[in-house]
Design a protein around this ligand. Structure first.
Ligand SMILES: NC(=O)C1=CN([C@@H]2O[C@H](COP(=O)(O)OP(=O)(O)OC[C@H]3O[C@@H](n4cnc5c(N)ncnc54)[C@H](O)[C@@H]3O)[C@@H](O)[C@H]2O)[C@@H](O)CC1
Ligand SMILES: Nc1ncnc2c1ncn2[C@@H]1O[C@H](COP(=O)(O)OP(=O)(O)O)[C@@H](O)[C@H]1O
Length: 283
């Protein structure tokens, strides 16, 4: 089954590039995270914060107006835009994430369909995947770099099968997802599977404490930030998934699996990044 998937080695992961002393925020990309439907502003705030934590230069949250208080309270560093009628005014190369707390209303459908026609790098999660499942692969046009992050329930909708069927053969499921929709995939859960253009991996880190609301939103933000700073798709996928899982392990070691919140994973990301850097430097 998953024999062809090799474990991601912590030591083999890419590290974040050193920052030029003359750097300015424009050197580190502009991420736009689109989500935050009514009642789900927290998902948007978590994803935006995670994008900043891996070094994105500027992060803009785009959500329903009811999501704004979450951003204002938790992330004054993010800029804000109400869901627009169209994304035409965004720079073509903007890195987009779509899905965290998006909901599946009419405005969400319109935004997702428009994103499917854009050419800049994209991360697809949560309700964006549910909407994609409804329309099928024809919704995706052009040759944009796309990272898809389904949990088993979302994967089942995308494949028009059951969650149990996905879980019974995760390797086959992720292969079918890539064959049907193209792009780069992580099938989340215990030992998340990754399928990119350059390999098939699984992440041996992570713990069941991470089965808690919002932890997938943190992953989406990490991947978005890593694309924004310029990592290639496979590098962003492998580093993002491992960083997320390792941060979850650090947080669980401190406070226990039962008490773990998605915000604790986010808070542990800087320590996980520091460990990775020291590992590479050999001390
Ligand atoms: N604070 C917030 O605003 C939050 C908002 N969220 C948003 O809530 C919306 C709904 O997402 P949900 O994921 O809760 O709902 P879904 O209905 O998509 O997924 C939940 C179901 O998927 C299946 N599933 C998921 N992971 C599984 C696994 N590892 N093994 C087996 N089955 C699995 C289970 O049947 C589970 O009940 C999304 O827009 C999401 O972004 C959530 O991310 C939670 C936090
Ligand atoms: N048992 C587990 N072991 C390891 N990682 C897990 C486990 N359960 C969940 N996770 C991780 O936590 C995250 C949950 O994402 P998701 O289901 O999208 O949550 P949410 O929708 O609440 O944000 C994924 O990255 C997943 O791999």
């Amino acid at each position: 089954m998953s024999e062809a998937f090799v474990p991601l080695e912590w030591r083999g992961l890419p590290v974040l590039p050193e920052r030029d002393p003359l750097a300015h925020k424009g050197d580190f990309g502009h991420a736009f995270v689109i989500g935050g439907g009514p009642g789900m502003g927290g998902a948007l705030a978590l994803a935006c914060a995670a994008a900043y934590r891996v070094g994105a230069g500027l992060v803009t949250a785009m959500g329903h107006p009811s999501a704004l208080p979450y951003l204002a309270a938790h992330l004054p560093e993010a800029t804000w835009r109400d869901w627009p009628g169209s994304l035409e005014e965004l720079p073509a190369a903007a890195v987009l994430a779509v899905g965290p707390g998006l909901g599946q209303g009419l405005a969400a459908h319109d935004l997702v369909r428009e994103i499917g026609t854009r050419s800049g790098p994209q991360v697809w999660d949560a309700d964006a995947l549910n909407i994609l499942a409804r329309f099928g692969p024809d919704l995706l046009r052009g040759d944009a770099v796309r990272l898809f992050t389904p949990h088993p329930g979302e994967a089942a909708r995308l494949l028009r099968t059951s969650t149990a069927a996905v879980q019974s053969d995760r390797a086959t499921a992720i292969g079918r997802l890539r064959a049907r929709y193209g792009g780069h995939w992580v099938l989340k859960g215990h030992h998340s599977l990754l399928l990119g253009s350059g390999g098939r991996w699984f992440c041996p880190q992570g713990n069941p404490g991470m089965a808690t609301g919002g932890s997938g939103d943190v992953l989406t933000g990490l991947l978005t930030g890593l694309l924004a700073i310029g990592l290639e798709a496979d590098a962003a996928l492998s580093l993002g998934v491992c960083l997320h899982a390792h941060a979850g392990d650090l947080a669980a070691a401190q406070i226990g699996e039962a008490s773990l919140l998605a915000g604790d994973i986010l808070a542990a990301v800087p320590a996980a990044l520091q460990e990775l850097r020291k590992n590479h430097a050999g001390y």
